[in-house]
Design a protein around this ligand. Sequence first.
Ligand SMILES: [Zn+2]
Length: 396
Amino acid sequence: MEERLKIYNGQIVTPQEIIKNGSILVADGRIVAISEGNIDATDAFEIDAKGRFISPGFIDIHVHGGAGHDFMDNTEEAFLAIANLHARHGTTTMLPTTLTSSRADLLETLATYELAEKQNSNGSQFAGMHLEGPYFALNQAGAQDTRYIRNPEASEYEEILSAFACIKRWSAAPELQGAPEFGRYMTSRGVLVAMAHTDAIYEEALEGFKNGFTLATHLYSGMSGVTRRNAYRYAGVVEAAYLIDVMDVEIIADGIHLPPPLLKLVYKIKGPGKTALITDAMRAAGMPPGESILGSLKNGLKVIVEDDVAKLRDRSAFAGSVATFDRLVRNMVTMADVPLLQAVQMAAATPAAIMKIDNKKGSLVAGMDADIVLFDEDINIEMTIIKGKVVYEARK
Ligand SMILES: [Zn+2]
């Protein structure tokens, strides 16, 4: 017999509008109906939303860790703990993300993903791996380990991709030697290619876009803006992301990596259909302030977490975000004056479209996976539901 679930008495965030008092019916992990008022479904398990928002679950396409773990710790325990932490904050789907590392460490992370994915029953679901590095510009390395940064080599990336079908996204610098071939190859294999840690000028970024680099990774962070060389002024990757209308961007909307005026500017120029929110969270997300490690326990960098962000120990630069997804949505509403409907779009439908999983995820529409979060006016997560199963409920 099919299992049916009904959530009623809530404000439903649909792609077009917020239904003030609606209900949603789920059967066998999928949404079967959404309606104003209370759907009649006598045999369904019922949840009273008590006037809260009923929203599509958040989709984080760039996240490294949380709850004291990093995906590159290379343990199944770490993968599952990170997935569970972020599910409590509204993320129902995520792309575990690597950092630039040795080839051996990277292969181990990919192998660990495959093991952990099978056991992940109560956390944010894994939608494939995102490789951040190692093909980056040295002078935009940021906190990426410069010992392993190099140019793309077809023999290397073709072998890695053929061994691990879980790779769904790869961030690289488009101006490197070999990058156009890399972009075309990955795109032909269904891998999303993003420009990251790049020092490209506009013309190089445009060339990259034509070769498949269709997303800007953490816009503004680790990328070129306007520069001057011998008196002449050049546009950079930030300007390319703005000028190429169909290019997607993702932003670390923790309110620190990008202060409110920049959140507003990105929203104003790119709009909610081309902007995805990301946490880019490192292991200290969901942990108290103090010392932490960016990257793997074995090879990572000691950092300090204070003022809701990770910093290098000399405090000269940020070393990762400690945001959870609820905070991103809250920030877009309170800091950037974005309506909740559009903030949720940037948290769910847009990242789903970027990853081409929007036929199943990212919006509350009949036929879609029942990945649903309930939250109050301040975006405090009250309940997380993944494929029709309650995986988290806030304690009363
Ligand atoms: Zn990252």
